[in-house]
Design a binder for this molecule. Structure first.
Ligand code: FE2
Length: 670
């Protein structure tokens, strides 16, 4: 007889324990063991949260290299079936080899579950017939569990689910995450109701009253924004380092529909637009995607959503200052070009209309579509096409955590018919779908890759663009990590080409995420290791760094409503010289719209206590030495970047923390 020493690890997470009997069977290249009771209920503490359980499995002779383990649990007569979350199995063979079998999922039934040994295998090298059979079976089950659904025509497809409990257990929120999320949502709502603000359809009568809404829910930065929101420097700064650092581009020629003259912006002839453009000092923000979208009706009142054009100039002291604003796309007499030299309220009102347009552009295009919805497409495609034993699963699974559930909740509570954004933002309802469709058709592969995006927007050299500086360094660190992992598994391009699972993954993304739009530049097929490395880098970057950049500052910059009104309820001025403070108060959203949006943004800016930062992999999916070394090196590099960002921030009036790796979550989880 020969002995296999088995250790079963139960995860250290809430309710991971089982009171059922657990059985295990080992399958090797030369045979299999008997199904063996691992431990019974009398020693149930062996399966307590965070514990391990050992047993010996004896076989008449060696069963060769271990391929997989079969695990099942059976309830005892007096105990119901329960849910158990094992993390992994380790087996020491009679030859002295240690085999690891990653599990990291809930087992809720009494079926037999099979888990492959941790060495990553692509489909064309998976030679063992039972292993191969199991691989196919796993994907067949996954395709039953993960279905594509169409939320609205023209938008990326999403995960089919009727409620959070219909999502497979492995992708649901943990108990901790769910409890904290519900608590924050509930307390925000309760506070507004207690203060009698939740249903108040009146206008604000004093701008300082807005401060009373969430007086104890403030961040250092939201207070800073409240003090400086009227200033041109902060208005310009937000295009570089606020929640939407994606729209601004260097301007080398004015668009035809934005007839700004030298006389308007340089009334004393101090310079000219063409000279300043030549020097690289002129920038443009064009909200054309919002043009033609049907604005909402809120509290029975028609709302206004503009599609402005904004011209900015870099000042000699490296500040980005707005120099001209046109609120509608088509130039006309009743569509004046507003200037900093106009009256205080004309100029402030023009900037408020721009900030309100930015709210919709940011939330729908930059945040929802370009991070949340795409991250969900990457995740669903991964789970439908890539088995656990594949290196891509091991690499990307941690970057999908909570994405399906947070997106389900966003669809149900934010953008559904009675969702907060639908009810209280200018782009809610019909306009939202129009904007999202237009936005998807403008998403290109290169715009999702920050080095190319920065180059295309001509933003390589402007000072104080920390989104760019931190983002490029993060991209580079992620790229080299991904390159190390993929170079280890794919020895040449032909291996990429013959990996049929990988090819199905990318094709599903092309078809379901980008609706087969070849113009997006998204590949339908991957033919080289380099192309695969870039695509996987983009997937990780989008779900982690990019999402953090456009998500984490939501309350900082929009918590003070006048800096980012979700909607506006008076039309923009058609003439100069008619606006006053009263016009601004009447234009800003009603009290209930303000507080509901503030509560939502507060919720979406909170980190949960089971947050996992970029590059941390609490689940050991990889068991080979090289990928484990690469993970450690990745973490060291991220620590180095984090220290550099902290040192830089010490000298800044407004620190830029959103892309500090310590603050970036591994996945789109909020
Ligand atoms: Fe988010």
């Amino acid at each position: 007889m020969v002995n296999y020493y088995v250790t079963m690890f139960t995860a250290n997470r809430f309710a991971a324990i089982t009171f059922n009997n657990v059985f295990i069977k080992l399958v090797g290249t030369d045979g299999e063991s008997e199904r063996r009771l691992l431990v019974n209920f009398r020693r149930a503490s062996a399966f307590a949260q965070g514990s391990m359980s050992r047993c010996t499995v004896s076989c008449p002779s060696s069963i060769g290299n271990l391929v997989l383990v079969e695990v099942d649990k059976k309830p005892l007569p007096l105990f119901p079936e329960d849910s158990w979350f094992p993390s992994k199995v380790e087996v020491k063979s009679p030859e002295g080899d240690i085999y690891t079998f990653p599990i990291y999922r809930w087992i809720t039934d009494s079926e037999v579950h099979r888990f492959r040994e941790g060495t990553a295998l692509r489909v064309f090298e998976d030679g063992h017939p039972y292993g191969r059979y199991n691989r196919d079976l796993e994907l067949q089950h996954r395709k039953e569990d993960y279905h594509w659904d169409v939320y609205a025509e023209g938008l990326p497809h999403c995960m089919k689910a009727d409620d959070p409990l219909s999502l497979p257990c492995e992708v649901r929120f943990s108990f901790t995450k769910r409890t904290e999320f519900n608590f924050t949502a509930y307390t925000g709502r309760a506070e507004m109701q207690l203060k009698g603000l939740a249903d108040s359809q009146r206008s604000w009568t004093d701008i300082d009253d807005i401060d009373e809404v969430f007086c104890f829910r403030q961040t250092e930065l939201s207070e800073y924004v409240q003090r400086h929101w009227k200033e041109d420097a902060l208005f310009g700064y937000q295009y570089l380092n606020g929640v939407n650092p994606m729209l601004i581009r260097r301007c080398t020629a004015l668009p035809k529909n934005f007839p700004v003259t030298d006389q308007m912006v340089f009334p004393h002839g101090q310079s000219s637009l063409s000279d300043e453009m030549e020097r690289g000092n002129i920038f443009l923000c064009d909200y054309k995607r919002l043009d033609g979208a049907q604005p909402n009706t809120i509290n029975g009142k028609k709302q206004y959503l503009m599609a402005p054009l904004v011209l900015l100039q870099k000042s000699p002291d490296d500040k980005l200052m707005p120099i001209a604003i046109q609120l509608k796309q088509e130039p006309a007499d009743d569509n004046p070009i507003f200037l900093p030299t106009d009256s205080e309220y004309d100029w402030l009102l023009a900037k408020i209309f721009v900030r309100s347009a930015d709210f919709s552009e940011h939330q729908l295009n930059v945040h929802l579509l370009r991070t949340h919805l795409l991250a969900e497409v990457f995740a669903v495609s991964l789970l439908r096409n890539i088995p656990m034993v594949h290196p891509l699963y091991k690499l990307l699974m941690p970057h999908t955590r909570y994405t399906m559930q947070i997106n389900f909740l966003a669809r149900r509570t934010l953008i559904s018919e009675d969702g907060v954004f639908t009810k209280f933002s200018a782009s809610g309802g019909e306009g939202m779908i129009t904007i999202l469709r237009k936005s998807l058709s403008s998403v290109t592969y290169s715009s999702l890759c920050i080095p190319e995006d920065i180059a295309e927007r001509g933003m390589g050299s402007i000072s104080n663009y920390y989104y760019r500086d931190d983002g490029l360094r993060l991209w580079d660190i992620i790229y080299r990590f991904v390159q190390g992992i993929l170079d280890f598994y794919y020895k040449d391009d032909s291996e990429v080409q013959q990996d049929s699972e990988l090819q199905m993954w990318i094709l599903d993304i092309f078809e379901h995420g980008f609706l087969s739009q070849a113009g997006s530049g998204i590949p339908q097929r991957l033919t080289t290791v380099t192309a695969l490395t870039k695509f996987v880098t983009m997937v990780i970057f989008t779900g982690s760094a990019q999402h953090a950049a456009v998500n984490s500052g939501q309350y900082d910059y929009s918590g003070w409503m006048p800096n980012a009104p979700s909607s506006l309820k008076l039309p923009p001025p058609t003439k100069k010289g008619e606006s006053s403070e009263d016009t601004i108060l009447k234009t800003l959203p009603d009290v209930n719209a303000t507080v509901w949006i503030m509560a939502a943004l507060w919720l979406l800016s909170q980190q949960s206590s089971d947050f996992v930062s970029l590059g941390q992999y609490p689940e050991d999916h990889f068991s080979e030495e090289t990928p484990c070394d690469l993970i450690r090196e990745f973490q060291r590099e991220l620590d180095g970047l984090s220290a550099a960002i902290e040192a830089r921030n010490n000298h800044l009036e407004v620190p830029y923390t959103y892309m500090d790796p310590e603050e970036v979550e591994n996945s789109v989880a909020i």
